[in-house]
Design a protein around this ligand. Sequence first.
Ligand SMILES: Cc1cc2nc3c(=O)[nH]c(=O)nc-3n(C[C@H](O)[C@H](O)[C@H](O)COP(=O)(O)OP(=O)(O)OC[C@H]3O[C@@H](n4cnc5c(N)ncnc54)[C@H](O)[C@@H]3O)c2cc1C
Length: 374
Amino acid sequence: MKVVICGAGAIGCSLAYFLTHAADAGQDVEVVVIDEIGPAAASSGKAGGFLAADWCQGEDVDDLCRLSFRLHVELAAKLDGANRYGFRAVDAISCVVKAHPSTKKPKPNLTKASAVVPNWIPQDNVLKASPMGSTNANEVTMAQLYPKDFTNVMLEEALATGKCSFVRGRVDSIEDKTVVLGDGQQVAADAIVLAMGPWTPTMLSFLFDFPNISPPQLHKIHSVIVQDDATPAWDPRVVFGVVANSEDELEIVPRANGTAYVCGAHVPQPLPSNAAGVLPDPSSIAEILHGLGKFSGRAHSPDTVQASNACYLPQTKDYTPVVGALRDGVFVSTGHSCWGLLNSTGSALAMTELLLHGKATSVDLEPFAPERFE
Ligand SMILES: Cc1cc2nc3c(=O)[nH]c(=O)nc-3n(C[C@H](O)[C@H](O)[C@H](O)COP(=O)(O)OP(=O)(O)OC[C@H]3O[C@@H](n4cnc5c(N)ncnc54)[C@H](O)[C@@H]3O)c2cc1C
């Protein structure tokens, strides 16, 4: 079976990995991954990389999240994820800080409430803090990875089997079961999977007259990676932070390599025509650094910024992924919103089962069926 995957984000690259490593891949599976810009060019290279097994309880994605988290743990053990893509267990806290940080000399973090607050946030700045997620010390339910490295490793491992190739090109149309690229190149397939992140809904409408599944407004979300010698203790606690009396929300993800990923600054803006056109606004980057200062209690210079980025969430109008068969031989896997790194593994396993056996057995794909929009 020849499968053409359109889009080399975490969803497309994980699918390439699972297809080429399926136990029954002996049945001549050939995979072609196509991307206009390159692997991890969009949010899959610019996300936080926080993973949680059980933060979607009561939602349609709950089973998918649990399966995906388990698969991440297994993959990291098999592929040396700790060294190759920064996989490690983490804790998480929610933290509300004052809008005007104290200028007094910080007191040591000694009280009960502040036991959860990392040392780099002075206690005087904290209004409220509490641990998030499971408190069962025997069970790992939260972890992190470096999204770009993870996505690249998925593709590299697929390529290494000799059953997968990568083609750089813009998917312009699909005629019968042939993908037609911008340069006129044609790639024939037995099955085509559309995994083009936030660009997928437009493609669905354009190619298949599918109803518009995008939410009414898309937001460009900004992020920075900072490396700051003055804050050596970027300990493994992810901070979901809010600045009091403001709409400022920051997600601060310390990484094992001594950097911290900080995202915030959501700006409503239409989606550019491709991932290369998604550029950060300098004012939004400055806003993130300013917000980070409310937590750390000091100024963060632009010199500490290793990378500034922007990207869009792949979303549907019901904020639930769309994973399944669309038309004869055409499949879709997108709309994973803020959990696409997490759910890349479970979605890839389920799609592999669907493609090779006609039905997903590891997780019920019914809630994600494309038909719900028709
Ligand atoms: C700021 C931010 C933080 C996040 N943090 C987390 C997190 O901590 N944990 C988590 O689990 N998730 C997180 N996410 C969500 C996660 O990043 C996404 O859900 C996931 O990366 C989406 O992967 P994807 O493969 O569907 O799409 P994308 O990463 O958007 O990839 C789509 C690919 O398709 C290609 N493409 C598009 N159109 C075409 C075309 N016509 N022809 C060829 N190629 C095309 C693009 O070039 C791109 O490479 C975050 C997202 C954002 C925005």
